[in-house]
Ligand binder design. Structure first.
Ligand code: SAH
Length: 364
């Protein structure tokens, strides 16, 4: 057998002791294991890493989100202080670009205290470096629940897709956990748990309950979404969630492994490849709204960025750019709002959640 990663050895021991491991538990170990998890041991983002995100494609992305935050702050009645919270800030690039752009709103920059929710110590250090020059008070937290109370503007780009997803397979006697087991050839392989999950039909949306046999349904733990909804409903403010995924709950296996900018095998070298899955925006909204916040959208990323003025911003940047830089700006624009396979414009969606008294936030 080929060399196994330390995490794979651990997973094999767990399977030997407790039987096939549900996909959600597998993904959780791969991403979050304190010693060997993907998000605890590396900086995965950028040319030298495994994937590139919208704020890393162009400064325009963070700038436009900064303008969105400024308009929302005004809608909130310009509270001071106001907490600006980012979930999973990556390299801190989005916030750096946002803080520069939001200065156009008098008083906002001075009212902000910054809060970053991050579990990756390497990315936390990068965020601290990126934001060194920002004059605001900054703090880092392990979860949203740790952010002190008060009205808040929360942003999360490509955060929810990185949270572990569970999968169930429809069988004649009910829905069964999709699991990871050791196959006949000695390699890790997907399998289906022997027994159905009790009372599972209640979790599957009514429209999907008649799914054909062998259909796969994915769901995530709602805790973070509910914490976010409760915070906004109780303490005021708004959240902007941008991610890849689907507007309505759907069937299908979307678990995706990526390494070095290419698709990889989700079961090979656990802990060293990025695992994500589509965000189910219908399920997300249901959890946030159940706690009293009001949902808006989702809309596609292309629409969000167009309505916030990305084309005007690109033209302004190009007016000051040389030929090569102008071509780069065009490429970045196509990547962020384009509809094709390499574009993020249609695949990525944006949803906003607000205090019920706030009204509709910009772009929605
Ligand atoms: N928003 C950034 C990074 C996206 S990658 C960007 O757009 O570039 C996902 C981010 O979420 C990383 O910063 C990762 O370390 C963080 N993350 C993943 N799981 C997390 C969790 N459970 N709690 C807090 N942060 C998490």
């Amino acid at each position: 057998m080929a060399q196994v990663t330390p995490l794979e050895a651990d997973i094999r021991r767990r399977i030997a002791a407790a039987g096939p491991m549900p996909v959600g538990e597998y993904m959780s170990l791969c991403l979050l294991d304190p010693a060997h998890g993907y998000y605890t041991t590396r900086d995965p983002i950028g040319a030298g890493g495994d994937f590139v995100t919208a704020p890393e494609v162009s400064q325009m992305f963070g700038e436009l989100i900064g303008l969105w935050m400024a308009a929302v702050w005004k809608q909130m009645g310009s509270p001071s202080p106001v907490r600006v919270v980012e979930l999973g800030p990556g390299r801190g690039t989005l916030m750096k670009d946002a803080l520069r752009a939001l200065k156009v709103m008098p008083g906002f920059s001075e009212a902000i205290t910054l809060h970053f929710v991050e579990i990756n110590p390497i990315l936390k250090a990068t965020q601290q470096r990126t934001l060194e020059g920002a004059p605001q008070q900054k703090s880092w937290h392990g979860s949203l629940a740790e952010v002190p109370s008060g009205p808040a503007i929360i942003v999360a780009n490509e955060f929810f897709d990185a949270l572990p997803v569970n999968q169930a397979v429809k069988r004649a006697d009910g829905w069964h956990h999709r699991c990871v087991d050791v196959g006949a050839d000695g390699r890790l392989a997907f399998t289906v748990a022997a027994e159905p999950i009790p009372h599972f039909s209640a979790i599957v949306p009514p429209a999907l309950r008649d799914a054909p046999l062998e259909s796969i349904f994915e769901w995530r733990d709602d805790k973070i979404a509910m914490d976010l909804g409760k915070r906004i409903a109780d303490q005021g403010g708004a959240a902007l969630v941008i991610d890849y995924g689907h507007t309505e709950s759907a069937l299908g296996d979307t678990l995706q492994a990526v390494a070095r900018h290419a698709f990889a095998d989700a079961l090979s070298a656990p802990g060293t490849v990025d695992l994500t899955a589509h965000v189910d925006f219908e399920a997300l909204a249901k959890a946030v709204e159940a706690m009293g916040a009001q949902g808006h959208g989702p809309i596609v990323q292309a629409q969000l960025l167009r309505r916030l003025g990305i084309e005007t911003r690109a033209a302004a940047l190009k007016a000051k750019a040389d030929h090569a830089r102008a071509a780069e700006i065009d490429l970045a624009l196509a990547r962020l709002i384009g509809a094709g396979r390499s574009g993020m414009g249609m695949l990525f969606k944006a949803a906003a959640f607000t205090h019920p008294a706030l009204g509709t936030p910009p772009a929605f």
